[in-house]
Design a binder for this molecule. Structure first.
Ligand code: FPP
Length: 238
């Protein structure tokens, strides 16, 4: 029997705690989000050193529209600035950028930038960064089901062929492997509608560190703990 690789190939991250980080400093929540954006660069750049090929980050959920208008529009501005400001660095670092989530509700300027950076980095292959923006796991499954139903109605898909291998082809993540490890920062132990289908057999790590404090060293510690996990995917140890 050959040794299985010890590191996760795909890490998904719920970047929680930006608001509290800012609050602890008596600063506006948006400052925490800006600090969080800087951490994204550090963690993405660390991935190749740890053998992580795919990193998927939860930037804005389908539920985050419930926040104040000021916070929502501040976050949208931050996403635009991130794409514009990081483009050259992402290109240089060999990062391929993709987005998952429903783009329809996002403004056109942001949608155009998302499309632009996806095309710009499409030939990169060192790290695959997927940004979940206006993303919700239930919403994704519902949208996938709608597309699948259209194929059935049009006679392109036989209902008898619908199975757990068919549906993922309709998910936003259809080109990505399932996450091996899901990390949530800030001490909350819930998954908040993130990658519900894809994380069926993922390992979870809930860490107390607030996202803006989640350094490369913290990331390395979490990855080391993953190396000790015994993943059986419903089977038994050989
Ligand atoms: C959750 O923390 C965080 C978010 C809803 C936004 C995540 C966004 C970033 C890290 C900004 C940068 C991202 C990119 C892709 C540039 P919270 O605000 O819920 O924190 P709290 O629970 O302490 O209030």
């Amino acid at each position: 029997m050959t040794d299985a690789p010890t590191g996760p190939r795909h890490v998904a991250i719920i970047m929680d705690g930006n608001g509290r980080w800012a609050q602890q400093r008596g600063r506006p929540r948006l400052l925490g989000h800006r600090a969080g954006a800087r951490r994204v660069r550090e963690i993405v750049e660390a991935c190749p050193d740890f053998g992580v090929e795919y990193v998927t980050i939860f930037a804005f959920s389908t539920e985050n529209w419930k926040r104040t208008q000021a916070e929502v529009s501040g976050l949208m501005t931050l996403f635009r600035r991130y794409i514009e400001g990081e483009a050259q660095n992402l290109l240089k670092e060999g990062v391929r950028v993709r987005f998952i989530g429903d783009r329809v509700r996002l403004d056109k300027k942001l949608r155009d930038l998302m499309h632009w950076i996806e095309a710009l980095t499409a030939h990169n292959a060192k790290v695959n960064l997927t940004i979940a923006l206006n993303y919700g796991g239930r919403d994704e499954v519902a949208r996938a089901t709608k597309r699948l139903a259209r194929d059935v109605a049009a006679g392109r898909l036989d209902p008898e062929d619908v199975c757990d291998e068919t549906l993922p082809r309709y998910l936003d993540t259809h080109v990505l492997p399932d996450p091996d490890l899901v990390i949530r920062t800030s001490g909350e132990a819930r998954i908040s509608n993130f990658l519900l289908w894809q994380s069926a057999y993922a390992e979870y790590e809930f860490v107390d560190t607030l996202w803006p404090d989640f350094t490369r060293a913290r990331f390395e510690e979490v990855l080391a703990r993953y190396g000790g996990r015994d993943r059986r995917f419903g089977g038994v140890r050989a």
